[in-house]
Design a protein around this ligand. Structure first.
Ligand code: AHG
Ligand code: MN
Ligand code: MN
Length: 343
């Protein structure tokens, strides 16, 4: 596929990579592409219209919802629902998963989508990049019947596709279907995504560490020791600290430049903060497809068996040698309550 192909051409050109493909997954990714453009339009004018600030509501996890969170959630939900291309959707902004059925109540679609419609939402008011993260699985229950919770509670290693959109200095859609990672940049003048970053690869080592270091006193000892290691003068260290506070943007930068992103357990967030299904699994799948790795400190994120839709986990993600080093520090100490629960 030549470098300047559009996302639409790329999707069609790669459809035959999927055995027995009926084009359903391609249509699904096309719908996400469409919703991304609509959300992008709204994000870009966020400073101009009365869309900033809290919607006055809190989501199921007790966090303040921003208006754009609600808007992005509605756009992705509606786009997928109206086009009847999935049988169920779970969103970080919804209390429970949503079953999609046709006019006659039936739905023979194979896929479910899990989504963080707006990631990094606390950055909206200050003109800093935000994102969307999506994850796609084949349902495990019988097609034609309403979806069940188990269709969503699948291990990350079962993902069929995953991706993110970063609404940044330019807007990019980056995704994988398990055959490497490709990045597309939106040309806003004509509303078309072009292949700008073919076959993205995580450098094996990197110069960057990304963590909310303000929480240092609350971190497990293994993380504290690893941070001191990052800051030590030796070889290619000290590393550079970069933390935007938008997982998508921090991850995207690290994938290009090389680095590690950490959101550990802490005495403030004993389970970690990020959500396994909407954030960690899709990001881990993309990381591995780009030659990186994602761990909860002791085990592969993609092998964690989910138990709840809104489950949180700690994450260490990025350049594979850096993640391995961080795990080495974690293993020196007994596992805390989160890890004990995993066993
Ligand atoms: P969301 O906006 O979807 O709730 O996600 C915010 C997440 C993630 O994007 C970011 O990396 C992290 O929260 C930042 O958390 P801290 O402010 O605790 O560092
Ligand atoms: Mn998020
Ligand atoms: Mn969110």
């Amino acid at each position: 596929m030549q470098k300047h192909s559009t996302l639409g051409e790329f999707i069609i050109g790669h459809q035959k990579q999927f055995k027995y493909s009926s084009g359903e997954l391609s249509r699904l990714i096309n719908s996400i592409r469409l919703a991304a453009k609509v959300v992008n339009h709204e994000v870009n004018k966020a400073g101009l219209v009365d869309i900033l600030g809290d919607a006055g509501d809190t989501n199921v996890q007790g966090e303040d919802q921003q208006k754009l969170d609600v808007y992005a959630n509605d756009i992705f939900m509606e786009t997928l629902r109206n086009r009847q291309i999935v049988c169920g959707i779970a969103s970080e902004e919804e209390d429970d998963f949503v079953t999609i059925s046709g006019h006659d109540g039936s739905n023979t679609n194979k896929y479910v989508v899990l989504i963080d419609p707006l990631d990094g939402s606390s950055n909206i008011d200050v003109n800093v990049s935000v994102g969307t993260i999506f994850s796609i699985y084949r349902r495990v229950t019988e097609p034609g019947k309403p979806v069940q919770k188990e269709d969503f509670l699948q291990e990350g290693n079962k993902q069929v596709a995953a991706g993110y959109i970063v609404y940044g200095t330019s807007t990019m859609l980056v995704y994988t279907t398990g055959h490497g990672v490709n990045g597309f940049t939106l040309n806003p003048a004509i509303g078309t995504f072009y292949l700008s970053h073919p076959n993205m690869k995580f450098p094996e080592d990197g110069p960057i560490y990304s963590i909310n270091e303000g929480n240092y006193v609350h971190f497990p000892q293994g993380v504290k020791d690893y941070l001191k290691y990052c800051q030590m003068e030796e070889g290619d260290r000290p590393y550079t600290a970069r933390y935007i506070g938008s997982l998508v943007s921090d991850f995207h930068r690290n994938m290009i430049k090389g680095g590690i992103y950490i959101y550990p357990t802490s005495s403030k967030s004993p389970q970690g903060k990020l959500r396994l299904l909407y954030e960690c699994n899709p990001i881990a799948f993309i990381a591995e497809q780009a030659g990186g790795f994602a761990s909860d400190g002791y085990q592969r994120i993609l092998d964690i068996k989910p138990t709840e839709l809104h489950q949180r986990v700690p994450i260490f993600c990025g350049s594979k040698n850096m993640v391995a080093k961080a795990e080495e520090f974690m293993r020196k100490y007994p596992q805390d309550a989160y890890y004990a629960k995993q066993k």
